[in-house]
Design a binder for this molecule. Sequence first.
Ligand SMILES: Nc1ncnc2c1ncn2[C@@H]1O[C@H](COP(=O)(O)OP(=O)(O)O)[C@@H](O)[C@H]1O
Ligand SMILES: [Mg+2]
Length: 359
Amino acid sequence: MITRDEVIAALDRVLDPELHRSIVALGMVGSVAVDGSRVAITIKLTVAGCPLKAEIQRRVSEAVAVLPGVEGVQVGLDTMTDEERAGVRDNIIGGPRKDSPFGPDSRTKVILVASGKGGVGKSSVTCNLAVAMAEAGYSVGLLDADVYGYSVPRMMGADRQPVMMDDLIIPVESHGVRLMSIGFMTADDNPVIWRGPMLHKALTSFVTEVFWDDPDVLLVDLPPGTGDVSLSLAGLLPSAHVVVVTTPQLTAQRVARRAAAMADRVELPVVGVIENMSWFIAPDTGARYEVFAGGGGAALAADIGVPLLGQVPLESDVARAGDEGLPVVAARPDSAAAKELRVIATKVAQAVGLARVTG
Ligand SMILES: Nc1ncnc2c1ncn2[C@@H]1O[C@H](COP(=O)(O)OP(=O)(O)O)[C@@H](O)[C@H]1O
Ligand SMILES: [Mg+2]
């Protein structure tokens, strides 16, 4: 015979998919009724129409169905009251909010991904590094700070709005990465036309009002160039490291130097250069083409005195996977680009002092 306590113990091992806490501890378990071998459970969702309700229902029903003596599980859904939701918010952040969760005492390694100009593959590289690090076992946040040219939601296949818990924004999780982007807040055809102060306010709230939950690493997709956004973020993320993405072209390398100069000015260390679109291997003949000849990655790295962390080939899979919302390291893990991106992710992790994941 199954007991109510055994059911609760099983439910205690079920984590909310976005809050990563036990649903019991979060107060999401409403009623539990045991009738012989049949169990009926009511789960209180934090918000009505919670986008993850099917996933939560599945986790609950799986966790209980495997218990010996259980033959049927019924999972009903309810919604928390405002009061209960406020309780969850206090529970997960444990008291009043800090100004920036990524201050000097933070355990999170922050990595700003910068480039001189657009179109070099900065966002593609950032998304792939994020997924590679998540696959390696790190908890990963990805902040899309490219407010005018945001592309992270599309590349990560995340097309829903974040859940709000009172004043707390719960990041959208996709491919194991916690995401925040201005793209979640604006309709597709609405250009973002914010200027300095508005921009600073938005970025501040993306850092301070989002429940990042002290991840191992926070990757930030910076806008191209060296503008207001980078300066705002440097203030909000004082212990950040910078990685610069460039293509082999010498012109790209020259503008990329300005990104490194920006990092210098705000006193953030550049830990390395990633060259993207380094060459193209013809799939039919195996011939290698230097499409953007120039050796820009190595030249830039030598110029600023940091390592060249890797060279990612030009592959149609990278572009296609990005368009399909599944970064290439997950979509085509055996492709040359995916392999190189995983090596780069390991080197970046080492360079910023991320502890190796064990177990
Ligand atoms: N290694 C690559 N191989 C093929 N296409 C790529 C590669 N890297 C990026 N792309 C494509 O190039 C375009 C620009 O990349 P994106 O990541 O958006 O650049 P950025 O963020 O620097 O503007 C996108 O269409 C993307 O899919
Ligand atoms: Mg981009």
